[in-house]
Design a protein around this ligand. Structure first.
Ligand code: GLN
Length: 191
């Protein structure tokens, strides 16, 4: 049976994740209600604007329910704004985060001229370069216990894993390269 993935669908690049997961062989759908968390194997938290997504999360009681479901075995793939929302600490406290992954992040931290850029990075599980697209990306400034770094750019972590969480500061769904989505689906299947 294919992996059922709920892609949080309040704001951000939802359709791109749905498409990538579908191509990678999963069964994705746009998720808007917390009760739908009961029928998924994995949750995808897309990029967008973390302050905006945070408002919807609060209204829908997601701040209580996501951590609970995670502790019961639900996997989470968080990209960009999604990664901010899962982190243990957001510098300047500008967004409420869930503390599910032991990293400290700084929003919009790659400088003005570099608002958006593309870089070739290496993934620990593969030897072919991956084109990473960064858009007003958060920087992972500290990685704590239990977190493994799967990819770096400029010596800094940009793709990290902790338990059943995979988090990227860039946007794998904006390329046709499905390796990171596939890697995540393998993590989900390891029960
Ligand atoms: N700058 C956004 C934020 O702080 C994240 C950007 C993104 O998701 N592409 O929430």
């Amino acid at each position: 049976m294919s992996v059922k993935v709920g892609v949080l669908a309040f704001q951000g690049d939802v359709s791109e994740h749905i498409e990538a997961f579908r191509k990678a062989g999963a069964d994705p759908f746009p998720l808007k209600k917390a009760e739908d968390l009961d029928r998924i194997d994995a949750l995808s938290l897309p990029g967008g604007e973390s302050t905006t997504i945070s408002r919807f999360l609060k209204e829908g009681k997601f701040y209580e329910i996501i951590p609970q479901k995670y502790s019961e075995g639900m996997a989470i793939f968080a990209t960009c704004a999604g990664m901010i929302l899962l982190s243990k600490e957001v510098i300047e406290n500008s967004v409420e985060s869930m503390g599910l992954i032991n990293i400290k992040v700084k929003r919009n931290a790659y400088g003005r001229q570099r608002d958006s850029f593309e870089e070739s990075i290496f993934l620990e599980f593969d030897n072919k370069p991956f084109t990473a697209i960064f858009i007003r990306a958060p920087r992972i400034v500290e990685v704590g216990n239990g977190v493994s770094v799967i990819s770096k750019f400029n010596e800094e972590p940009v793709l990290v894993q902790s338990g059943k969480i995979l988090a990227a500061s860039f946007h794998p769904e904006l390329t046709d390269d499905l390796r990171i989505h596939r890697y995540f689906l393998k993590m989900v299947e390891k029960r």
